[in-house]
Design a protein around this ligand. Structure first.
Ligand code: FES
Length: 95
């Protein structure tokens, strides 16, 4: 989701595996052109697109990150890399 933050002095901080924290925004315009007024000094913008309250973060990214870590651990345990399904383990040829 692409959004535009409007305000005199807007700053943003990207949280690891989480939202972008916007400080100083007066309003946020989503990609559909809908204007969302900002009534707090700091708001959290969803960047995972899984929030039920887009464009705002509702914390769903935590479950998304946990699932990603679980998949990564399962892939590492099985010898796969990432989630592409490609097997990275070398299998010796049979004689
Ligand atoms: S970043 Fe928090 S719900 Fe998407």
């Amino acid at each position: 989701m692409t959004v535009e933050a409007r305000g005199a002095e807007v700053s943003e901080v990207r949280c690891p595996d989480g939202p972008v924290l916007l400080r100083g925004a007066d309003e946020v315009v989503d990609e559909a052109g809908v204007v969302h007024p900002v009534t707090r000094p700091v708001v959290a913008l969803c960047i995972c697109d899984k929030s039920q309250r887009l464009p705002w973060c509702d914390g769903t990214h935590k479950a998304v990150a946990r699932a990603r870590r679980r998949r990564g651990a399962a892939d590492a345990h099985s010898g796969r890399e990432g989630t592409s399904g490609e097997v990275q383990r070398d299998v010796p040829e049979r004689a």
